[in-house]
Design a protein around this ligand. Sequence first.
Ligand SMILES: NC(=O)c1ccc[n+]([C@@H]2O[C@H](COP(=O)([O-])OP(=O)(O)OC[C@H]3O[C@@H](n4cnc5c(N)ncnc54)[C@H](OP(=O)(O)O)[C@@H]3O)[C@@H](O)[C@H]2O)c1
Length: 268
Amino acid sequence: VRNIVFIGGGNMAQALIGGLVKAGRPGASIVVIEPSEGTRRRLVGQFGVSARSAAGPALEMAEIIVWAVKPQTFDAAAAPCAGHVGAALQVSVMAGVRSDAIVAATGSERVIRVMPNTPALIGQGISGLYARAAVDAGDKAEVEAVLAPTGRVLWFERESDLDAVTALSGSGPAYVFFVAEAMVRAAVEMGLTEAQGRELALATLSGASALALGTTDALALLRERVTSKGGTTHAAITSLQADRVDAAFVRALHAARDRVRELGDEFG
Ligand SMILES: NC(=O)c1ccc[n+]([C@@H]2O[C@H](COP(=O)([O-])OP(=O)(O)OC[C@H]3O[C@@H](n4cnc5c(N)ncnc54)[C@H](OP(=O)(O)O)[C@@H]3O)[C@@H](O)[C@H]2O)c1
C-alpha cells in the first residue's frame, strides 16, 4: 500500500480514513496534518493513524497527498507543504479549488479532484472524479481503491463538470433532508407524531430511490405509475406543479453551481 498523508482531518477526511481502516489498511500507513489538538487525539485514538500539528519534511514519504481542508484554508495549508510534496499524487476533495491552483501550490502535475458527499460516512456516497492529463492508469486505480469503501465513483472528462457534480450530489444530501423535513412537518400537521412522520418519510425516500436504481424505466414513468388520474397522488403532484416546485429546484441547483464557480474564482 502507498503511504497516504491527509492535509486537514475534519469531517470528509474522517469519512475517508474510517473507510480505509475498515477496509483493512493499517492506520500506520496514514498520516494526518491537523492543527486542532482535540481532533488529532480523536483521529489517533479511533483509527491508529499518526497525526502532526504541522507539515514538514516528514511529508516526503507520502506517495498520496489528500487535500481535505476548506477551500478558504488551502493557500495557508499548502504554503508549508510546498517543496515537500511534489513527488506525490495529489488528491483534492476541496469544493471549487481548481487543479491549476493545486499544480501551482504543490509543483505536481499529478492531480486528481474528487467531489464526494457525506453518505460516504456509511459507504453509500457517490464521488465525481477528474484527473489531469499527467495522471496514469495506476494512479487512477489507486484513488478508486482509496474511495471504494465510501461508495461509488464516476469519472468526468472535463474539470468544469465537477461544478455541476458539486451542485447535484455534493450538496444533494441537504436537498433530500429539506424534502424530508417538509414531509415530516406535513405529517405532524395531519396528526401523526414526529417520529412516525420521520420513519415514513425516510423509508419512502430510500425505498423510492432503491426502486428507481433497480430499473432503467424513466423517472417520469415511475412517477406516473403512482399517479392515477383523479387520485390522491395526482392531487399532490398537481399542487406541486401549480407551485412550480420543479422549476424552483432547478433554479436552486443553478445557484449552487454558480456559488462553486465563485469559490473557484476566489480560491483558484
Ligand atoms: N462535508 C461535505 O459534505 C463535503 C462534500 C464534498 C467536499 N467537501 C470538501 O471537503 C473539504 C473539507 O470539508 P470538511 O467538511 O471536512 O471540513 P472540516 O470538517 O472543517 O475539515 C477541515 C479540517 O482542516 C483543518 N485545518 C485548518 N487549517 C489547516 C491547515 N493549515 N493545515 C491542515 N489542516 C487544517 C481544520 O482544523 P480546525 O477545525 O482546527 O480549523 C479541520 O479539521 C472542503 O474543501 C469541502 O469543500 C466536503
